[in-house]
Structure formats: C-alpha cells, structure tokens
Design a protein around this ligand. Structure first.
Ligand SMILES: [Zn+2]
Length: 262
C-alpha cells in the first residue's frame, strides 16, 4: 500500500559543488525521481488551482481503486476524460530529464526508479530496461483480472468508437490505466527491483520527489544504511535532508544539468 512518511523537514544546507563532486565520483548510481522533474514539462499537478482533480473531481474518484471497480459510472467518466485529452496534456521531456542521459552514456546509471507515470524518462532516451516505473504508466492500460496489457491509445480508440467502458478482450475483466491507484498494492517485482537497485548503488540520487510516499521512499534510508552516498535535489525540504551528503534546492531543469555536466 502507498502511505505517507512522517518526518522532520527542517532546513538543511544547500551544497551544489559538493553534490556535483559526489555525482562525478560515483560508479553505480540509482536515481529516484518524482513529480518535480516533470513540472517543467508543463504536466499539471493534481490538487492545485488548475489541478487535474480540482477541475475534474470525477477523476479523483477514479484514482481510488474501490470506486473504480465498483462504480461503472466513475469508469465511464474517466475514460471519456482520457479520450478527450483532458487528463494529460501532450507533454515532452525537459532539460531535467535530458540531464540524466550523460549518466547512462558514462555507464554509471544502475537503475532509474521513477514515481512518475508519464514515461518522459524513456522518451528522453533512457533505456526502458533501466527504468522501474514504481507507480506504473498512463501510456498503457491493463486488465484488473488477467495479464492483458496494451497501449493506452488503443483503448482510447475503442472509447472514441463508442465503447464507454471497454472491457478486457481476453477475459472480459475491467480495464484500467496501468498505474497504481490509491488502495492498490505496488507490483512486487518492481518494488524488489527498486530495493535491489538501492542496495547495489554507491550513490542514491533523489530528484524532484518529496520522499513522503511509502514504500518507495524507504529505499532512501535503506540505500544510505548499505553505505551509499545520498544526494537530494528538490524544490522543497524532504524528511531525509538530514541524512543526505548534499541537498540542493531549486528548479530541477536548471540545477540538474549543472550538477551532472555532459
Ligand atoms: Zn483480462
């Protein structure tokens, strides 16, 4: 289950030079990214004044798995919003996503664990097999009863062709975007991969995540306990700033290219 971390988020020093040196020295880097790295791609947030859920309260209902499963009307409204392009803007990777590419080119990127469901890391050029999408992806859809999985666009075509609540072509089950909803467990294999990546890294680089959503936030102290260095880049304080070797605050798409270089 997804839960929140309680923690102290007091001020910590901002140390860009130190962070840059730690990144340059690292040989096996596990990167953990959250919503902050996609903000500059124009991805709307959920609860802000122009948030997806503020403007479409029905979409928030659909984000809870039991509403989604039990209320056909919630599913129909959700599919209609998706088919009309009202849940996701046409977004592209930004300089923050691209700033990670040199890590892959240098062969020091062990794994990229992301809480984001936008596939912008893969679109920026990060190899798909390096990426663990711990909360799934909105660009694919799947059946809640069997392993059937397909491109989101294929399901949206069915919606546009007159199926308000398209079912699974294999077993007739309920279809949903391939994201982890509130009340839904993470994919065990993805969590294991993320934990292994945290254990094997010599640096955990956390970017644009509040690090307050469990269980994935727990890989941060886990990695630190196994001896990895910890660098946090985020616009706001996080509960783990006090155990970090360097904390850098600011706009991710501006800061990250400076920290990683080319
Ligand atoms: Zn099915």
């Amino acid at each position: 289950m997804i839960g929140r971390v309680e923690g102290d988020s007091g001020e910590s020093p901002v140390d860009e030079a130190e962070a840059g040196e730690i990144i340059a020295r690292a040989k096996r880097i596990t990167v953990l990214t959250g919503a902050g790295i996609s903000t500059d791609s124009g991805l709307p947030d959920f609860r802000g004044p122009n948030g997806l859920w503020t403007k479409n309260p029905e979409a928030e209902k659909a984000s809870n798995i039991s509403n989604y499963v039990n209320e056909p009307e919630v599913r129909k409204i959700n599919w209609a919003l998706r088919a009309d392009g009202k849940l996701w803007a046409n977004v592209h990777p930004n300089d923050g996503h691209r700033a990670l590419l040199p890590l892959q080119e240098r062969g020091v990127l062990h794994t990229l664990v992301t809480q984001n469901v936008d596939e912008l890391h893969q679109l920026s050029g990060i190899a798909a097999d390096k990426v663990v999408e711990i909360h799934g992806t909105t660009r694919k859809a799947g059946c809640l009863s069997c392993d059937y999985r397909t491109e989101m666009e294929a399901v949206l075509e069915r919606v546009r062709s007159g199926e308000p609540d398209p079912d699974c072509p294999v077993c007739g089950g309920i279809m949903k975007s391939a994201t982890i909803s509130f009340g839904q467990a993470l994919v065990a294999e993805d969590l294991s991969r993320a934990q292994l990546a945290a254990d094997e890294a010599d640096l955990l680089l956390a970017i644009g995540s509040s690090l307050t959503v469990n269980p994935i936030a727990s890989i941060v102290p886990r990695s630190k306990r196994r001896g990895a260095a910890l660098v946090i880049v985020n616009g706001e304080p996080t509960p783990f700033d006090t155990i970090a070797d360097a904390v850098v605050r600011g706009s991710i798409s501006e800061v990250l290219p400076r920290l990683i270089g080319s």
